[in-house]
Write a protein that binds this ligand. Structure first.
Ligand code: ADP
Length: 496
């Protein structure tokens, strides 16, 4: 397999490795660095400044000053909007370098980064630029002689913690609405993937962002991340990552200054295939729903429920499709799947595969690493998966598809909803009544019907149950970054 070949040389250089505080790239207060690794080989790409509590303090001070003294929140919304639009243009101009950096640090296929994700970051920035000058309050009626205004103000300094699976998109989902609403930001990137955020943050400053408005800290969760979540001068916290860590940051926020928290956490999303469906199309979509991004998606369709009448045919064809999946160096044309992010995730996935075998699920294909270098995992399928198995309940976050059999609509609704998670769900059917029943019955923040992983800027995304609190993207995301103020003024002459 490609994993054994020499890695392709990435067509980009690493220019930014320091912390971005108050508009400058600076060393960490401790002087410490940590290596960021190439998931294709496990070798070091670059040493990156390691931020901890002292650097979070510096960054929060810079963001506080930029918020309190301006010019950012006091600039016209139109000016803020234009900076975000110029940023989008610069992202487009540097599309290929940004994509190469993302692929190098994360391991995702280059075409996925270059043709989908980087353009999506520009799209999201334009979406939020469009909102900047359309955020306004209300005048509401009062019972007495009062003039009542409801003002929408920026909330202040936003602390944001993002994961490694979509470093650029998570940047855009977080930074876009915060800036459009006039807030300032301290962003803590994931320790596995610090590079692309530093690069595009430099572009955002070139686009005219004033110093201190966006500060980017590379570093680890229990040090830099925890310092941000528990900071007394951070007014709002947004987090994307695992449910376990989500609970920690929510607690840190509560114990410190009760800053409001939005969370986008794990999932175990059902993908339900009815017996009226075209099996070939269902196989392809279910394959995409699970294997996309090396299976490293919080909303992955990781419980494939197939109606018993098409089950055997589905499993056969799903196996054929997985065997055809092109795994290899993510810089190589035509590669669909690169390596997993790091050895921790890689070993965790292999442990889940062993657990699937031990619990009696049928290993249809795959089941092992690929090659002997880097973090490549064979596309793996289990059939005959039972609801109580560990692989049926826990998030694997890798290229492991679990196929379940069902025979009745009410049964599958119950089983699909019997999860601590509720991030997303997929439905595959041509019957409009079945589709309507499922879309209303499924407890999930997103239900995709005859499609999956559609992520337009205007579509809200977030979870039911332990998949999260709040929504990102779309109009709902603005609320996370706005404070509501009621202004009640007595009217001297109510008749007028
Ligand atoms: P994963 O297990 O997939 O790496 P995490 O939820 O641990 O997911 O990581 C998501 C983000 O949360 C990363 O930026 C990570 O550094 C950060 N993080 C991890 N632990 C903590 C913590 N105790 N406090 C704050 N942030 C954390």
């Amino acid at each position: 397999a490609a994993a054994a070949e020499e890695p392709i040389s990435p067509p980009v250089q690493v220019n930014y490795t320091k912390l971005l505080i108050n508009g400058d790239f600076v060393d960490s207060a401790s002087g410490k660095t940590f290596p960021t690794l190439d998931p294709r080989t496990g070798e070091v790409i670059a040493d990156v400044s390691e931020g901890d509590a002292a650097d979070i303090n510096r960054a929060v001070s810079a963001a506080r000053k930029a918020f309190d003294e301006g010019p950012w929140p006091k600039m016209t919304a139109y000016e803020r909007s234009r900076i975000l639009l110029r940023f989008a243009d610069l992202i487009e101009k540097h599309n290929d370098e940004i994509a190469a950096l993302e692929t190098w640090d994360n391991g995702k296929p280059y075409d996925q980064a270059a043709l989908i994700e980087v353009p999506m970051v520009a799209r999201l920035m334009r979406y939020y630029a469009g909102w900047a000058d359309k955020i306004h309050g209300l005048i509401v009626p009062a019972d007495g002689p009062h003039h009542v205004q409801v003002l929408h103000e920026p909330i202040g300094v936003a602390g944001q913690i993002i994961p490694w699976n979509f470093p650029l998109l998570m940047f855009a989902w977080k930074v876009g609405p915060a800036l459009a609403c006039g807030n300032t930001v301290v962003l803590k990137t994931a320790e596995q993937t610090p590079l692309s955020a530093l690069y595009i943050s430099k572009l955002l400053h070139e686009a005219g962002l004033p110093e201190g408005v966006l500060n980017v800290i590379s570093g680890f969760g229990p040090t830099a991340g925890a310092a941000l979540a528990s900071h007394m001068d951070v007014d709002k916290l947004a987090f994307t990552g695992s449910t376990d860590t989500g609970k920690i940051v929510l607690e840190l926020a509560a114990r410190s200054n009760l800053k409001p928290v939005t969370l986008e956490l794990g999932g175990k999303s059902p993908f339900i295939i009815m017996d009226d469906a075209d099996v070939d199309q269902a196989v392809e979509l279910a394959h995409f729903a699970l294997f996309f991004n090396q299976g490293q998606c919080c909303c992955a369709g990781s419980r494939t429920f197939v109606h018993e009448r098409v089950y055997d045919e589905f499993v056969e064809k799903a196996k054929a499709r997985a065997l055809k999946r092109v795994v290899g160096d993510p810089f190589k044309k035509g590669v669909e799947q690169g390596p997993q992010i790091d050895d921790e995730q890689f070993n965790k996935i292999l442990r889940y595969i062993r657990s699937g075998v031990e619990s009696g699920a049928t290993l249809v294909t795959g089941g092992d690493r690929l090659g002997d270098k880097g973090y490549y995992v064979q596309p793996t399928i289990f059939s005959d998966v039972q609801d109580g198995m560990k692989i049926a309940r826990e998030e694997i976050f890798g290229p492991v598809q679990s196929i379940f059999k069902f025979n009745d609509l009410n049964e599958v609704i119950k089983r699909a909803n019997a999860s601590q998670y509720g991030l997303a769900a997929g439905v595959f059917t041509n019957n409009i009544d079945t589709a309507n029943t499922l879309t209303r019955a499924l407890k999930a923040g997103t239900v995709w019907v005859n499609c999956f992983d559609i992520f337009d800027a205007a579509i809200p995304f977030g979870g039911y149950k332990m998949s999260g609190i709040g929504r990102e993207k779309g109009i709902d995301s603005l609320k996370n970054y706005l404070q509501i103020k009621a202004v009640v003024t007595a009217l001297k002459n109510p008749a007028w």
